[in-house]
Write a new protein. Sequence first.
Length: 163
Amino acid sequence: MAGPVKDPASFSKMKKVAQELGVNDRIEVCGAISRENIGQFLNQGDIFLNTSRFDNTPVSVLEGMACGLCVISTNVGGIPYLLKDGEEALLVPSDNAESMAAAVGRILKEPGLASKISSAARSAAEKFDWSQILPQWESLFHSLNSHRLTESAWKLRNVSIGK
């Protein structure tokens, strides 16, 4: 588990449940990961769990996808617009541990599902690479600038016609 502890009560509960289930020694809590070590950290895993209650475009999910991890995420905020359920990720309801666990089970048990999701997630993440995004922004700015110039010329023509 990586990232800052945002809710100490929830973190304590997780540790207690892990102890009760006898899996405490199988959970590594790393805390915050430096930006330059994120890829290395993620490449140690196979499945990326995102349990957000609200998020629009979580960078952590995009990073997991870029590393080819099987993403299982809550279907909150903008996430369903970012990820295709059953193709690039498995999406589950928020605050539903049973659904999250069942999705992990599917990844582990359904033949071919892990490789399908991993491959599709990696391909989808490439669309968010700066080399893909920059030309889109440039095109938008040029389009807006052309529109503005055309609109200005139209206004000037109407002003001269009106005189």
